[in-house]
Write a protein that binds this ligand. Structure first.
Ligand code: AMP
Ligand code: MG
Length: 359
């Protein structure tokens, strides 16, 4: 297939998946860029070895060039083509979680991928996605796919094909619609140094799961620079992307965490204050509290003890707030156990640090 940049974006519906994968794979093979579903969020893929394709990804997203991309592979064996070496702990993690939402940062083999993918670092981030469409697409294209989330930079990541259309229609070659994604948050990014697993970005694989897989090895969350209590033993290079305010809705957002009883009162109080200032207000609530609240929009994020439901729907709800012209969002916090850690990380980013903790 001839590749030409026509400025139109082809969308393959769920019913057209098989032909869609074939056509999209052919576009990728000649340097095009395609959005596709993964089990985390929709990715925007291009041949990681082709600098022009990678440039198109950065341009379509408006992504800063110092934020490196994750390379998606169809099979674990392909990782050895891209990286210098894989240690014992990394092998254990691949064995336990691939295919799946875990990204490993590994020493890159010189010249294996475009320097734009790694943003000039001596490491490359890789994962094998679990979504069937993603793996078939990678396999048929014959390319390792550099694929960040398929949103405009700074917008919530897309969890449905329509979100990709909203952000990137006319800027990319095609979109494979595979329905809503499962996890709804991005992959967990880890780096193993001196036998210790450092979580650079919390995500779909939880700290508890990582700990179970690596037994006696230490698993630690690398704290963001603004937190002063960083007691990491090993100096870990941070993930360049974590310094950016991602996942931001258009309106202002306030996160309220802490004791459940008082929390309801404060949430309603803050919503009322914003209303008095003339804002259109939304509350993101757990199912248990939903009937107590009054606001322009009250969204049910699922039961407090089922954080993966909130994770699954968070980005779609943030986009819905934008669509409905919401100017102020009050969001309830969830427990930080399991996927709750990644959920709270994204809620904090969306709130830009505005948080009230109730003692
Ligand atoms: P996204 O593609 O939007 O899901 O973001 C990818 C994340 O992986 C960002 O936070 C990047 O900074 C991080 N990342 C990608 N490559 C590397 C690398 N070589 N070292 C550290 N972090 C990386
Ligand atoms: Mg992203």
């Amino acid at each position: 297939m001839e590749y030409n940049m026509t400025g139109t974006t082809k969308v393959w519906s769920v019913e057209q998946t098989q032909t869609g994968i074939q056509e999209a794979a052919a576009v990728l093979a000649v340097g095009g860029v395609i959005a596709f579903p993964t089990e985390t969020v929709y990715g925007l893929g291009g041949d990681a070895r082709n600098t022009e394709a990678v440039e198109r990804i950065f341009a379509a997203k408006g992504r800063p060039s110092d934020n490196p991309l994750i390379v998606h592979l169809a099979d674990r064996e392909e990782v050895y083509v891209l990286v210098e070496q894989v240690n014992e702990v990394e092998e254990m993690l691949m064995e336990a979680f691939w295919p799946g939402p875990l990204t490993l940062v590994l020493p890159v083999r010189a010249g294996a991928v475009s320097e734009l993918v790694t943003a000039g670092l001596d490491t490359v981030a890789v994962r094998v996605p679990a979504h069937e469409i993603a793996r078939a697409l990678i396999q048929q294209s014959g390319c390792p796919l550099a694929a960040p989330s398929a949103n405009r930079s700074g917008r919530p990541s897309p969890t449905q094909a329509k979100h990709v259309v909203e952000d990137l229609d006319g800027r990319i070659d095609g979109i494979l619609d595979g329905g809503a994604t499962g996890v709804g948050l991005e992959s967990t990014v880890v780096r193993v140094l001196a036998g210790e697993v450092h979580i650079l970005r919390p995500g779909g694989i939880t700290r508890e799961q990582l700990q179970q897989a690596v037994g006696s090895s230490r698993v630690a969350l690398v704290r963001t620079p603004e937190k002063k209590d960083n007691k990491e033993q090993v100096q870990v290079p941070r993930s360049p992307g974590v310094k950016y305010t991602h996942y931001a809705p258009k309106g202002e957002m306030l996160l309220i965490t802490g004791k459940q009883e008082k929390l309801k009162v404060i949430v309603q109080e803050k919503a009322d204050e914003a209303k008095k200032r003339g804002c259109r207000v939304a509350i993101l609530s757990c199912s248990e509290h939903i009937s107590s609240y009054q606001a322009d929009e009250v969204f049910d994020c699922g039961p407090y003890n089922v954080p993966h439901q909130a994770a699954h729907s968070l980005y779609a709800l943030l986009r819905e707030c934008d669509e409905r012209g919401v100017e102020f969002i009050v969001a309830e916090g969830y427990s930080e156990d399991g996927i709750g850690a990644a959920l709270m990380n994204r809620l904090r980013k969306a709130a830009g640090g505005h948080e009230i903790t109730i003692e």
